[in-house]
Unconditional design. Sequence first.
Length: 314
Amino acid sequence: MTSYSVSRRMMMVGMGAGLAAAFGGAAASAHSSGELAQRDITDCRGRRVVVGTPQRIACIGGAITETLYALGAQDRIVAVDTTSTWPVEALQKKKSLGYMRTVSAEGVLSLQPDLVLSLNDAGPPTAIEQLMASSVPVVMVDSTPTPETILNRTRFLATIINSPKEGDALCQTISEGFDALAQWRRALPTPPLKVLFVMSMQNGRPMVAGTGTAADSMIKLTGCVNAAGSMHGYKMLNDEALIPMAPQVVLLMAQSASRIQSELMGSVAFQQTPAGQSKGFVPMEGGRMLGFGPDTPHVALELGRRLSMFRKPV
């Protein structure tokens, strides 16, 4: 009101008193319900973003969606991307933003969110930049596939949606899950199984996951070793590289498992590997396996037990 003239202020005195009386109860109710004033949040890119109490959240990244559901904030989500496959009702009940690496800024903004939460590896970069340039607050969230990131991300998202108690409780559950997983790993026999994750097939050649990938991190959580651990990122393998890797089990996303398994079994080179000889394939739904959301400790334990079925008796 500092920009108003003195006479203008005098004219507004009576009206201001009436408004204060009329809306005082509503303000008190908002305060008692836990709504927060606008706050500065520093995201994983070091950007300062002003957020209030979001009620229409657009989630770009399955880990974000899974975490908000686990925090009990699913009713505040208006849209999710196609990697939000867990829990399954997310894609069934929420508007779709398409694949997280090919989002449209116009499509996101058309749903009128009051907050966009996006994993840091979403894209394309131009679309993310357009979202950041809009009037809607956009918070970029760490996507590193590690247990530490899962816990930090959970606390971070709980702070943004003003659910600190729920965040603490969920972090406690996650930590207990990782403790149980570590205990299970310590009881595994040696040497560890050699596991190869195959993302896809191109012209009869498998695209496999090396270090620095979510698949590599998941394989390690199960107590196994990555047969492609000498490589970084995703690489195509020729027959000469595949045979000496000698994977004992091939890990696949359930969505494409049958086709990839059929192609691999038609490869003379793959048939020479232990996995080819035993038909050692383990499929799992991609979002659960690679999303690194709050349920990751239980997912890794389930997957580890399934992989262990291919251990040869000592």
